[in-house]
Design a protein around this ligand. Structure first.
Ligand SMILES: N[C@@H](CCC(=O)N[C@@H](CS)C(=O)NCC(=O)O)C(=O)O
Length: 200
């Protein structure tokens, strides 16, 4: 399989480049600079009708897939790797943390109630993750797309005002994932040089 990957340096984009690196699947990167509104170009909208990265085209069959969760399931299903068999374990860490980035990181001071709300949501999510990782080495048993979907969000813990030293199981898991060469390579896509933030 060869994949055309449309992406940018965000948690949702990194989920897919990390997965492709882990699977050893060849892929071509098409950077879509969302800061310059390239996601609204007519060519990109044919692939990603909701004008969001990430999106892929599978050159084996011409299938295009958008929504990071759908792409992870598509790739894991096709490769027969990293797919947790227990459906209840297919979790999504992202959407609330995306709101936390909007209010806490990009627009601090504009909406104090929302900042407080999403900082609390972030703490709650890290608490849930910490409990799960206290029982299991990885999010869903063995290393899987559940870890890959969660990691790039956790990599922005500082933006979410989260101290990983307060979530020691998450910290242990985070350091183990961050040490994987495929994760380091995939994390740097499409820029080529982004380093994974390390907890103090
Ligand atoms: N639920 C979607 C969210 C994708 C998403 O929010 N992508 C952002 C970047 S992380 C984007 O492309 N934003 C540009 C826009 O909304 O115009 C997924 O998981 O793929």
């Amino acid at each position: 399989m060869t994949i055309e990957l449309y992406t940018w340096s965000t948690p949702n984009g990194r989920k897919i480049s990390i997965t492709l690196e882990e699977m050893g699947v060849p892929y071509t990167v098409h950077p879509i600079n969302i800061g310059k509104e390239e996601q609204f170009s007519p060519e990109f909208l044919k692939i990603s009708p909701n004008n969001k990265i990430p999106a892929i085209v599978d050159t084996d069959n011409g299938n295009s897939v958008f929504e990071s969760g759908a792409i992870l399931m598509y790739l894991a299903d096709k490769a027969g790797k990293y797919y947790p068999q227990d459906f209840a374990k297919r979790i999504n860490f992202g959407p609330m943390l995306g709101r936390a980035h909007s209010f806490l990181h990009y627009n601090p001071g504009k909406a104090p109630f929302a900042e407080e709300w999403f900082a609390k949501e972030a703490k709650q999510l890290y608490g849930v993750l910490n409990t799960q990782l206290g029982k299991s080495e990885y999010v869903a048993g063995g290393y899987s797309i559940a870890d890959i979907a969660t990691f790039p969000w956790a990599a922005r813990h500082e933006w979410q005002r989260i101290d990983l030293n307060e979530y020691l199981h998450v910290r242990r898991w985070y350091l183990a994932i961050a040490a994987r060469p495929a994760v380091q390579k995939g994390y740097a896509v499409p820029g080529g040089s982004a380093a994974i933030p390390m907890p103090m």
